[in-house]
Design a protein around this ligand. Structure first.
Ligand SMILES: C[S@@+](CC[C@H](N)C(=O)[O-])C[C@H]1O[C@@H](n2cnc3c(N)ncnc32)[C@H](O)[C@@H]1O
Length: 396
């Protein structure tokens, strides 16, 4: 069955959770806002700092913009997260055009940003090359939350080559795919020898996490580091400009949305829900439900990935168990074994002098959430081993 991608998202909109929700549920849950948006900002910040050295205003094209969230994402980057609250991009410093294949999104985005003279939205597709060749060049060609995974390799090659031609030779391109090797869909990891050379495997993807939807599944392309490198190499072969890979980021190693559904891995536990709970005010979380028992994927091809996930889960479980012990009455806690454990011990100790109601839910648990997010930043390898996989590209 050929599924129209517009039907998929219209269906999700009808479910209500794509637009509404709260910290615990829906598109803008706590993990999206406090974890995924922040890791995306961390990934793109160096590119924007570089651009801002040469100009004080950036032109952004948000491709597959949905409701236009790319604007808030970029605007929300802080100059220095720990010492001040100034935004990196000065007030009025972004001019943003968003486009999406789905008219419903564009109508909503135009409504949301009707007061913003620096923003515009259009219905267009990125699957047949670059749709705005007559526009002035953009500084940032941006995609977010897996939008690139609607393209196959050919479409991505074409789009990147066109974007490179269209740019002014100093632009950055942020490509956001679904990662090939997320634990959520471990059953879909494939042995290399099962694939013919150059063959693309599309996945029947479900957005069942937004509740009951009529559209059962639709094709999405999941990408590894090697596959992105091959796409960039081919785009370079047909473009007169040079596209260089600045870096890769894995986003949501254990907190992707399909951890909830177990649709593609029966060993998943609903960790996203529990991390949402860590960040939620006045909600006490059962920390034991954050623990994960990693099940290996058989096959020599997966040795390295298995090792990565085992180590990651071990460090993840360790800081959670340590916090659990610290919070258990009468427990005799051993000395901390890692920086994360030292930090959580300090936070638990500080409870006595920080004035807040429900210190466990409102002080300690959110900090545990941030420490887990820090683990993801520190330990990841940027290979496509998470729900989201971002490639930062520079054009020259
Ligand atoms: C996963 S959503 C991400 C939406 C948004 N960027 C965000 O951050 O929430 C992917 C978006 O890509 C859009 N899309 C899919 N295929 C497209 C195409 N060929 N051209 C333009 N947009 C497309 C979808 O309609 C959807 O809004």
């Amino acid at each position: 069955m050929v599924v129209d991608v517009k039907d998929v998202y219209d269906d999700a909109i009808r479910s209500g959770r794509y637009t509404h929700g709260n910290g615990m549920i829906g598109k803008y849950d706590n993990v999206r806002v406090l974890w995924e948006d922040e890791i995306t900002r961390f990934a793109v910040k160096p590119c924007i700092q570089r651009l801002l050295r040469e100009k004080d205003k950036v032109r952004v094209l948000d491709m597959g913009c949905g409701y236009g969230d790319g604007y808030e994402l970029l605007k929300g980057i802080r100059e220095n997260e720990s010492t001040n609250y100034e935004y990196l991009i000065p007030e009025g410093g972004i001019e943003c055009k968003g486009f999406d294949i789905n008219e419903s999104f564009i109508t909503e985005a135009r409504g949301r940003y009707k007061e913003h003279t620096n923003m515009s939205f259009e219905v267009a597709s990125f699957s047949n090359g670059f749709p705005f060749k007559d526009d002035d060049p953009y500084d940032i060609y941006f995609t977010s939350y897996g939008a690139m995974s609607h393209n196959g390799n050919e479409e991505s090659v074409r789009l990147l080559a066109d974007v490179a031609e269209h740019s002014n030779g100093k632009s950055v391109v942020i490509c956001d795919w679904l990662g090939r090797y997320s634990y959520e869909w471990q059953s879909l990891w494939q042995d290399r020898e099962d694939l013919n050379p150059g063959e693309e495997d599309w996945v029947d993807y479900r957005i069942s996490y937004f509740g009951d939807t009529d559209v059962e599944s639709f094709p999405m392309r999941m990408m590894s580091k090697e596959e992105v490198e091959a796409v960039v190499k081919r785009a370079n072969e047909i473009s007169s400009r040079r596209i260089r890979i600045g870096g890769f980021i894995d986003r949501s190693i254990l907190v992707g949305r399909h951890m909830e559904t177990g649709d593609y891995n029966r060993y998943c536990v609903p960790i996203r829900r529990m991390v949402n709970s860590l960040f939620e005010r006045n909600v006490v979380t059962d920390l034991e439900q954050l623990l994960i028992d990693y099940h290996k994927k058989e096959g020599a091809d997966f040795n390295r990935l298995n090792r990565f996930f085992e180590e990651f889960c071990m460090r993840w479980n360790s800081v959670i168990s340590y916090t659990h012990e610290l919070l258990s009455p009468d427990s005799r806690v051993a000395s901390p074994c890692s920086e994360a454990e030292e930090k959580i011990e300090e936070i638990v100790d500080s409870e006595a002098w920080v004035e807040t109601s429900n210190p466990r839910a409102n002080l300690i648990e959110p900090q545990l959430g941030y420490l887990l997010r820090e683990l993801e930043v520190d330990l990841q390898e940027g290979v496509g081993a998470a729900h989201g996989f971002i490639a930062m590209l520079d054009v020259s």
